[in-house]
Design a protein around this ligand. Structure first.
Ligand code: ZN
Length: 331
């Protein structure tokens, strides 16, 4: 990563939206990334027009996916998917290297409205219990890697910490934030979604320094003392600093990623690397939908015809594709 270093320069004053900025704090053996999303997240969330708490949850899932998926070193996809018993049954975010992101949610509108009425719109409560799966897909010829972590009523930050503790065993801290701002437009004030996040990992050269306290003993016999290990001082400092990051700092256009990092780590010295850009773009196409339809039997396709055509709407981007039945025929 060091060969990607950019020359020292003054931190940008304003946030560069739709970017990922990698950073490192050598004195703390810390590596991480800051994500800022403006038009990209607004495009995804506005297109769906879900109830606001569902949009917020989906926005957080998008930020987490970008934080995790943007480290892929090969061509492929990083897919984050929740399945749970709360009002929001499923969230899917699909990151395609190097820079494309799309997302959608499946929810029970009546239960979401009831949750809004009861003021129980915390993202953890909306998801409820279930699991969060993260899949890395490198194409049809390669094996898929999947990591799964339980959702237990906590939010996506909690689930991410649990994932890294169990699966990767890398001490990791994540902060995610999503909010709406009001922007003046031609037709008055318009709501505009913004989102941001930061991820930091403790990656010392000596692996024995990566010790973290064990999980609770769980079903160990009563009286068993929990196995305690002091965390490395550098990591305690690093994660404590990440915990001070406020939502506003992650979404405020007036606080750039560099300024945020400087605020957090100026005493230790922080280095930023080349930033990468992101865009909200679906990968669906008329050709792809036609291929999908051809995979059904002639009989099944006949059942899909309504008003003389087969219509398919993409769940990710709401694009709709219409085919005359004879456009889709078995060759
Ligand atoms: Zn689409």
């Amino acid at each position: 990563m060091t060969d990607m270093a950019i020359p020292v320069r003054a931190p940008a004053a304003h946030s560069a939206d739709d970017t990922i900025l990698p950073f490192g704090v050598a004195a703390l053996d810390l590596r991480g990334r800051v994500v800022r999303l403006g038009d990209a997240i607004d495009d995804i969330l506005t297109r769906h027009d879900y109830p606001a708490p569902v949009s917020k949850l989906l926005g957080e899932a998008v930020v987490l996916t970008v934080l995790l998926g943007s480290t892929l070193k090969f061509e492929g996809r990083f897919i984050l998917q929740t399945k749970s018993d709360g009002p929001v049954r499923m969230v899917v975010v699909d990151f395609a290297t190097p820079d494309r992101i799309r997302a959608c949610a499946t929810f029970d509108r009546a239960r979401v409205e009831a949750a809004i009425g009861a003021g129980e719109t915390a993202t953890g409560a909306l998801m409820g219990r279930g699991h969060l799966a993260m899949t890395i897909d490198q194409g049809p010829e390669m094996s898929r890697y999947q990591g799964v972590v339980p959702l237990d009523g906590g939010n996506l930050e909690v689930a991410a910490h649990e994932y890294f503790r169990r699966s990767e065993q890398i001490p990791t801290r994540v902060r995610l934030a999503v909010a709406e701002e009001f922007r003046a437009g031609d037709d008055g004030l318009r709501r505009h979604w913004r989102a941001g996040g930061i991820l930091a990992q403790f990656l010392p050269r000596a692996p024995e320094r990566m010790r973290v306290p064990d999980l609770d003993p769980g079903d160990a016999p009563p009286g068993t003392a929990p196995h305690s290990l002091a965390e490395d001082d550098a990591w305690v400092e690093g994660r404590s600093l990440i915990d001070t990051v406020e939502d506003l700092e992650l979404i405020d256009p007036a606080v750039s990623s560099e300024r945020l990092l400087y605020r957090l780590f100026h005493e230790r010295g922080v280095r930023v690397f080349r930033s990468a850009e992101l865009r909200a773009q679906c990968s669906c196409s008329r050709e792809g939908v036609a291929t999908m339809l051809k995979s059904f039997s002639r009989d099944d396709r006949a059942h899909m015809v309504e008003n003389g055509a087969i219509s398919v709407t993409c769940e990710f981007c709401n694009a709709s594709y219409r085919f005359a039945p004879d456009e889709i025929s078995d060759q």
